[in-house]
Design a protein around this ligand. Structure first.
Ligand SMILES: C[S@@+](CC[C@H](N)C(=O)[O-])C[C@H]1O[C@@H](n2cnc3c(N)ncnc32)[C@H](O)[C@@H]1O
Length: 258
């Protein structure tokens, strides 16, 4: 997959994409990240990329000309058609489902805004989709681009050493992931649940599924209402709820005794 990033801060984006799983995906040639700086496509000697906003008010707006020229060179730099995404707090909220769909595309481009954003006419004519990484305002699109590169890059076949780990991650099947434990078995902070030490793969899978369902019910109940549970999942969730109620009652009793 190829990701082209249009940004005034190409070094930042390249550095983000050079580390960890995404860096390895690039080394393995599963992912190609290219950056394009609109300043390189300006026509004046000051390399101007912004100007004040018509109608007045604070803040500058990114100009059409340098962005249009950059996007044209970017589009022609590879034969694949490119799906252009503008990172914006006004865009559709990024979800794992959207990430999975983007990861299947051969090529996307990420347009990073700065200042008050980009001239609306450029967005109307050059952008296919606007995406937001959350209901808060960043000072630029680069962090959002880095988020998308990471989330999409790790889904490329062969990027993760254990392909199963992406399938088990939160949101992949509409649920949160189960808790995880590593060495030691016993620690001052507590012990590893016994079932995980049993070697009984069916019992471990059942425990993990129950924890996934239970965590989703506790932390993100709206995710559960968006998906139909089969009879086995419903039974596991009921079991988790009963155990949770018992655990909470015991905790309250212990607190009173103290
Ligand atoms: C200061 S923001 C501009 C905000 C814009 N005036 C508004 O209120 O919608 C500058 C740039 O940061 C990026 N940005 C800010 N928040 C973002 C978010 N939540 N998700 C994605 N990109 C964001 C966009 O590219 C935006 O053009």
């Amino acid at each position: 997959m190829r990701i082209d990033v249009v940004t005034l801060f190409p070094d930042f984006v390249r550095q983000c994409a050079a580390v960890g799983v995404v860096g390895r995906a690039q080394q393995r040639e599963l992912l190609q990240v290219e950056t394009w700086n609109p300043r390189d496509y300006t026509t004046d000697r000051h390399r101007t990329v912004d100007s004040s906003s018509y109608g007045g008010g604070p803040g500058m707006v990114m100009l059409i000309q340098p962005l249009r020229a950059t996007l044209e060179v970017m589009r022609n730099a590879a034969p694949e058609p490119v799906h252009v995404i503008y990172l914006s707090p006004q865009g559709a909220r990024l979800t794992q489902g959207r990430v999975e769909a983007l990861a299947k595309r051969p090529r996307i481009a990420l347009l990073c805004g700065r200042y008050e954003g980009v001239d609306e006419r450029l967005l109307t004519h050059e952008v296919d989709e606007e995406l937001s990484i959350g209901d808060y305002v960043l000072s630029g699109g680069e962090l959002a681009a880095a988020v998308i590169i990471d989330a999409v890059g790790r889904l490329q076949d062969g990027a993760l050493n254990d392909a199963q780990s992406a399938e088990q991650d939160s949101f992949s099947d509409g649920l949160l992931d189960c808790p995880h434990y590593a060495k030691p078995v016993h620690d001052a902070l507590g012990s590893v649940p016994e079932v995980l030490l049993s070697g009984d793969h069916a019992a471990i899978a059942r425990w993990r599924q129950k924890q996934s369902l239970g965590r989703t019910w506790l932390r993100r109940p709206e995710l559960l209402s968006q998906r139909a549970l089969d009879a086995q999942s419903r039974a596991l969730l009921d079991e988790f709820r009963r155990e949770h109620v018992q655990y909470e009652q015991k905790r309250q009793n212990d607190a009173v005794d103290d």
